[in-house]
Design a protein. Sequence first.
Length: 115
Amino acid sequence: VHLVESGGGLVQPGGSLSLSCAVSGLAFSAYDMKWYRQAPGHERELVAGISNGGGRTNYVDSVKGRFTISRDNAKRMAYLQMDSLKPEDTAVYYCSVRVVLRNYWGQGTQVTVSS
């Protein structure tokens, strides 16, 4: 199983970024996908999740109404659209999939929100 995130960068407060996660090595459409983030000095935090078919999503309270998780099963891709970004959103963002009892992670992509 291999996950590769992309799309991070530096953005001003109030701006937007779109993260992508390319997944290979498993039957992508069979598994829920999640996005996590980890800021310096903080534990890794679950940001958003999406069911295998895309019909159910969930978000941590701090990003509700600003972030949108989605997926394209034909392309084996997961996405995180981040709008109205705040400095406290600064972190390394990871996509993740749980297969049986093991979590697989990408290498992460840095998101920095600063003026």
